[in-house]
Design a protein. Structure first.
Length: 292
């Protein structure tokens, strides 16, 4: 569940994932529940917490952590953790990372070591992308977002180990952009890439499996509305986009079941993320504005 890649004599990169999916020739073998993953992507607070804590426990107990990171932390090296890059609305992995940090701190406190707490960083995403990333292959993903769209504070990273989080690794495109960003800024720190799950044989499988996982439990707003009656959901980039790009009749049914506070927050997030410029959202945004 982990690998080490030495890119140069000065830089070490580590990968770790808590779960996996493997293409078997005519189907996929999952070590996790696809429907739970789908609900997590739609903003389930319970499953974001579950995934983040699971990743923290498996990572903390791994040989990889004990051999390659713990000695540095014991020596007082600071670790900075980064959620997936975003523009205005955090991605689903941000809530997972919150739970990871909380559980990791618990494990550190219970241990015999007096380790520094994790620091939280951010990768800025200076680009607006409205498409469905999960349906694209590696080449398509590389074309979706410019190579220089990610930005990081190089001064803040000095002398620290960097840890980048994502919910799933399918093609590695997101990771490649982060590495490109680090290289452009001459950042040679040791870096870790952690995911809740990873595709073990990406060269043999269609990247669109990510789209299947994203919608394994929820296909539309009517189904999302049914789940919201029994589960606590928070906003993230995915569910805001899916809500705002829904067919107008379905959007109206959904939004009338939400509280005034929910409606105002949704409007703010939609405007902040640039959806007023997207033709597929204009009618829904205009209607939502009449409710607030």
């Amino acid at each position: 569940m982990n690998t080490l890649v030495e890119t140069t004599p000065m830089v070490k990169e580590f990968n770790f994932h808590a779960n996996s999916l493997t293409y078997t020739g005519d189907d996929f073998d999952f070590s996790f529940d696809p429907k739970e993953y789908s609900l997590f992507k739609f903003g389930s607070t319970r499953l974001s917490t579950k995934f983040g804590r699971e990743l923290a426990v498996k990572f903390f107990r791994s040989v990889d952590f004990r051999v390659n990171l713990l000695p540095q932390m014991i020596a007082g090296v600071q670790v900075v953790v980064y959620p997936s890059a975003y523009n205005f609305i955090p991605a689903a992995s941000s809530a997972m990372l919150d739970a990871f940090i909380s559980k990791f701190h618990e494990l550190c406190y219970e241990s015999e070591y007096n380790l520094l707490p994790l620091q939280l960083g951010r990768i800025f995403w200076d680009y607006k992308y409205f498409g469905e990333y999960g349906t694209a292959d590696r080449a398509g993903r590389d074309k979706c977002i410019p190579a220089d769209a990610f930005h990081i504070d190089a001064e803040f990273t000095k002398g620290k180990v960097l840890m980048f989080f994502d919910d799933i690794r399918i093609t590695g495109s997101h990771e490649s952009r982060i590495i490109n960003c680090l290289n452009r800024n001459n950042i040679t720190n040791d870096r870790w890439f952690l995911q809740y799950a990873a595709l073990t044989n990406p060269d043999e499988a269609e990247a669109s499996v990510e789209n299947y996982l994203n919608f394994a439990a929820i296909k539309n707003l009517d189904e999302f509305n049914a789940y919201m009656e029994e589960m606590n959901f928070h906003f993230n980039a995915r569910n805001v986009r899916n809500i705002m790009t829904a067919e107008t009749g379905m959007f109206m049914r959904f939004i009338h079941n939400r509280s005034p506070r929910y409606q105002r927050e949704l409007f703010n997030l939609a405007i902040g993320n640039g959806y007023r410029d997207l033709d597929a959202c204009k009618t829904n945004i205009a209607y939502l504005f009449t409710l607030i």
